[in-house]
Design a protein around this ligand. Structure first.
Ligand code: PLP
Length: 396
């Protein structure tokens, strides 16, 4: 690095790069564009053949029997809570650190989210701390594969089975990851994915639930279509206009336009994961020289797809706190982010009153150290060097 530039941009120096490097973004190519254009020229824009095609190829790629496509990852979580029958008075255990949607889906159906503490070195829900939060009202555990690192599904399954709970995986970070050689998407009773542009593959907005349980997938297919028992294709086949509604559903359908993009993106998933892992390994090596920033741990028997490259800021190393480091890196045009504040610290959850007497102390303390560095398949090695250069400037 040019030592003339070594003054931090936040102190008036030159930033390490001219344009902001985002923390994540989509990769789209001509095949993706062509796939969408074909649908635009076809007869079906929604609930046509591309939906089943996307669902089937998704099932194959994660080794699940059933995939249900919905309009986004949050709708997928909602459909999952509906399918397992979460209602008023039911408790669902979730990690203290996640995106708000992981907890909100429990509120949607009238249930109560119960936040459970995370491991300090992975930020994954701590299987050893779950049992203390189980009551006679507990119905399910939602695990979340933070950053793309799969949870210990053997340990989670053991707890779930011991108490007769459903095990749900919020796998919105971990498409393409595996645990002990088993693919994410096949590890929990219900597995939730998002296709938001920063996620592993994108459909603009989109979501999927995978399961091996036919009855649960049937309920979710009805739920995504207003609660109506047949869709227009089934009615056409039966030669009937009749349909019935037994439960309240929503319009959570994913269009053919989006599903065609999904099919095309899915073909590139392993390439995307490979590049994310390459970037992570460059970071791993480079960061050894900079004690202020340390990567999270990666367990044995795990293939990590690195939706995020999250690090912990070692607060005692230099006289800056996380907020100051965040601002200094942003001033260098490095789009760092923070994933996430403990969910129960949001004003809504204070109002709901969850965890008032049950704070998750590890989550609260680790949160103060958290930072996500940019990572996405199209990031060049030069982009990665800019991030490392900016971190080096913090140490000067
Ligand atoms: C992205 C995400 C969601 C929600 O997905 P959307 O498609 O944006 O609704 C839920 N949980 C986690 C952990 C996520 O990262």
């Amino acid at each position: 690095m040019d030592h003339l530039n070594s003054k931090l941009a936040i102190d008036g120096g030159m930033p390490v790069r001219e344009r902001m490097l985002p923390y994540g973004r989509q990769h789209l190519d001509e095949d993706d564009i062509q796939a969408v254009v074909e649908v635009l020229r076809s007869d079906w824009l929604t609930t046509g053949p591309a939906v089943a095609e996307f669902e089937n190829s998704f099932s194959r790629s994660v080794n699940a029997n059933e995939s249900v496509a919905v309009s986004n990852g949050t709708a997928a979580l909602h459909a999952a809570m509906h399918a397992i029958g979460i209602g008023v008075g039911d408790e669902v255990i979730i990690p203290a650190i996640s995106f708000v949607a992981t907890a909100n889906c429990v509120l949607y159906t009238g249930g109560t989210p119960v936040f459970s503490d995370v491991q300090s070195d992975t930020l994954l829900i701590d299987p050893l701390k779950i049992e203390a939060n189980i009551t006679s009202r507990t119905k399910a555990i939602i695990a979340m594969d933070y950053a793309g690192h799969p949870c210990n599904y053997d340990a989670l399954r053991a707890v779930a089975d011991k108490y007769g709970l459903y095990l749900v995986a919020d796998a919105c970070h971990s498409l393409g990851s595996s645990f002990k050689g088993r693919l994410v998407g096949s590890l929990a009773d219900l597995n939730i994915f998002s296709f938001h542009p920063v996620k592993a593959i994108t459909t603009g907005e989109g979501g999927m639930i995978t399961t091996n349980d036919k009855e649960l997938s049937r309920k979710m297919r009805i739920f995504r279509n207003h609660g109506i028992t047949t869709d227009h294709l089934q009615r056409a086949k039966q030669g009937s206009f009749l349909y019935e509604m037994h439960t309240v559903g929503y319009n959570y359908r994913l269009s053919d336009i989006q599903c065609a993009l999904g099919v095309s993106q899915l073909q590139k998933l392993s390439k995307f994961v490979k590049r994310r892992r390459e970037i992570a390994s460059i970071y791993d090596n480079a960061l050894r020289d900079y004690p202020v920033i340390s990567p999270l741990s990666v367990r044995d028997h795990v293939l990590h797809s690195y939706h995020l490259y999250a690090v912990k800021v070692q607060l005692d190393q230099i006289g800056m706190n996380r907020e100051q480091i965040f601002s200094a890196l942003r001033a260098e045009n490095i789009g760092v982010n923070v994933h996430y504040m403990p969910v129960y610290r949001h004003p809504l959850y204070k109002l709901v009153g969850t965890n008032e007497n049950n704070r998750c102390l590890t989550a609260e303390s680790v949160y103060e150290q958290l930072l996500s560095l940019p990572i996405f398949p199209d990031m060049t090695n030069e982009d990665v060097s800019h991030v490392v250069d900016a971190i080096e400037k913090l140490h000067n």
